[in-house]
Design a protein around this ligand. Structure first.
Ligand SMILES: [Zn+2]
Length: 119
């Protein structure tokens, strides 16, 4: 095989590898987005449950904040899970959040595009 042909074949393979990597990233991104959405859904459901319980407690004059706290702890866990998912998404997109204002900026940026804070 001529050197030129080898080079072309190599670059074709590299491009194919990049394409595969990109589509894997896309799949991972949509998986992460789905997990994020199901966390949000679960949190909303728990919030509804809390609301109902509070009203029930109010109506019956029962005073049992433990029931509510259990639900709140569940939400806290879900929020932590969301934070993990968010970090994965940011990594996938080569982005980070500004330490001050939370705007998405390039992972390698030294300053925030929006507020100008040093990172
Ligand atoms: Zn900022």
């Amino acid at each position: 095989m001529s050197d030129k042909l080898k080079l072309i074949k190599m670059s074709l393979k590299e491009n194919a590898d990049i394409a595969v990597k990109k589509s894997q990233d896309l799949i991972e991104y949509s998986d992460l987005s789905l997990s994020m959405a199901s966390c949000d859904k679960a949190i909303n459901e728990i919030c509804m449950e809390i609301g109902k319980k509070i009203y029930k407690m109010y109506k019956s004059g029962e005073d049992n904040p433990k029931k509510i706290i259990e639900h709140c702890e569940e939400i806290k866990k879900l929020e932590k899970e969301k934070e993990k998912i968010k970090k994965k998404i940011l990594k996938l997109k080569d982005k980070k959040e500004c330490r001050i204002c939370g705007t998405l900026i390039d992972k390698k940026a030294y300053f925030c595009d929006k507020c100008g804070s040093k990172q």
